[in-house]
Design a protein around this ligand. Structure first.
Ligand SMILES: O=C(O)C1=C[C@@H](OP(=O)(O)O)[C@@H](O)[C@H](O)C1
Ligand SMILES: C=C(OP(=O)(O)O)C(=O)O
Length: 427
């Protein structure tokens, strides 16, 4: 397993781009595969998770050609173009792949078996399996279908109304994809708005989606029409160089063509609330998604309290937000984030453990973290624990830690940010 070696730095400078948005890249492949006609994707994220999505659809007979690392052509044959897979569908490390695919498989009248790596085997699937069963899908699996491996015999679905207990775009998207194949209307309500890339891209593919306060619904029996997708840079990846620029003295960087969907920009709001100088310039809209440039200056930060509706808007950025909080004056409290326990790792426990190794003052709470700052960090031997976001958070912390820092199991970073070390190196 690859190791990353980090030395302390000052004066990060320059202009970079980050790889394509992971959520949008997954959806481009999936929607292209179930659409009628050709879909061309530019700016695709060639990270391990999105490659798993491609692999699953190829196993169902969908022709997907990679013209380059970041450019794809998908020949969709509509819903009925998907063929019964003769092999296990392997989602690797990707929660988005398995949960969204389950919504597609639930409506197909064939048998499929799906599983992923050891991390996926620990992540809860009952949040999608229970409502899918209520729609009429037949799903078997470990612990009554709560965990992988799962077997699905789909078809014969009817619409339901579902109140999700968690604000989860994966749950919402899964049920909308099943709902498009069901009789009648499928409605999903959530406690606060999760990322809405599915709603936006379905509309771009010609589907009627009804968004209302507190939820979203679709009518069954609709088909998707293939088209062009241009994927913006992933704000969740941009969060790492952003945090680095905020905390490394003398820094000023620009990140171009970043997705600025308001359901994803919570990290900008949080950094600004901490006193971080982040300038946002919106430059346009790509396939219904706002896009722009971010300029970030080294800043003196102060602690903040973060919770409620902001959490789903920055859920994947909490490990790197915690790194920035170690350099903020006073106390940072992150609450309402218990979902972090069921990501690639228990990100509350693992963020606290890795930052503590570096000398930070971090306390784990049942639904978040309390961080006291500012603290001078000391270089240490850190571990990604197989979690891309933890690996990158530790690496950014290493940029301000006295002495060298090593991140073990750094190859996990390729899940969402291939070329992370090279991109950071350019600064
Ligand atoms: O729909 C998506 O693309 C994602 C939704 C989020 O998960 P939940 O919806 O389960 O919170 C997020 O953590 C994940 O990285 C990607
Ligand atoms: C939680 C994440 O992804 P997924 O749920 O798709 O594994 C993530 O990328 O941080």
């Amino acid at each position: 397993m690859q190791r990353l070696q980090i030395e302390p730095r000052t004066n990060l400078k320059g202009t970079i781009r980050v790889p394509g948005d992971k959520s949008i890249s997954h959806r481009a492949v999936m929607f292209g595969a179930i659409a009628e006609g050709t879909t061309r994707v530019e700016g695709f994220l060639p990270g391990a998770d999105c490659l798993s999505t491609i692999d699953c659809f190829r196993k169902m007979g969908v022709p997907i050609t990679r013209k380059s690392d970041t450019s794809l052509v998908i020949e969709g044959g509509g819903w009925d173009g998907l063929q019964e897979p003769t092999e296990f569908l392997d989602v690797g490390n990707s929660g988005t792949t398995i949960r969204l695919m389950l919504g597609i498989l639930a409506g197909r009248s064939f048998y499929s078996a799906i599983a992923g790596d050891a991390s996926i085997a620990r992540r809860p699937m009952d949040r999608v399996i229970q409502p899918l069963r209520r729609m009429g899908a037949k799903v078997e699996g470990r612990s009554g279908g709560s965990f992988t491996p799962l077997g699905v015999r789909g078809g014969g679905l009817h619409g339901i109304e579902h109140q999700s207990p968690v604000a989860s775009a994966q749950v919402k998207s899964c049920l909308l994809l099943a709902g498009l194949q069901a009789k009648g209307i499928t409605q999903v309500k959530e406690p606060s708005l999760s990322r809405d890339h599915t709603e936006r891209m379905l509309r771009a593919f010609g589907v009627e989606v009804d968004s209302f306060a507190g939820g979203v619904s679709v009518r069954g029996g609709q088909t998707l029409t293939g088209g062009e997708v241009k994927v913006p840079g992933d704000i969740s990846s941009a969060a790492f160089p952003m945090a680095a620029a905020l905390i490394v003295p003398g820094s000023r960087i620009t990140i171009r063509d970043v997705g600025l969907n308001p359901t994803r920009t919570g990290i900008i709001d949080a950094f600004q609330a901490m006193g971080g100088q982040v300038e946002v310039t919106e430059t346009g809209e790509w396939c219904g998604e706002p896009v722009g440039d971010l300029t970030v200056h080294a800043s003196s930060l102060h602690g903040v309290e973060i919770g409620g509706e902001l959490i789903p808007r920055l859920i994947d950025e909490i490990p790197i937000l915690a790194v920035a909080a170690t350099q903020a004056q006073g106390r940072t409290v992150i609450r309402d984030a218990a979902e972090l326990k069921v990501k690639e790792t228990n990100r509350i426990a693992v963020t606290a453990a890795e930052l503590t190794k570096l000398g930070a003052h971090v306390e784990e709470t049942p639904d978040g973290l309390i961080i006291e700052g500012p603290v001078s960090l000391t270089g240490s031997l850190c571990d990604s624990h197989g979690d891309h976001r933890i690996g990158m958070a530790a690496a950014v912390a290493g940029l301000i830690a006295k002495g060298g820092t090593t991140v073990e199991n750094a190859s996990a970073i390729d899940v969402s940010f291939p070329g992370f070390a090279e991109t950071m190196g350019r600064l």
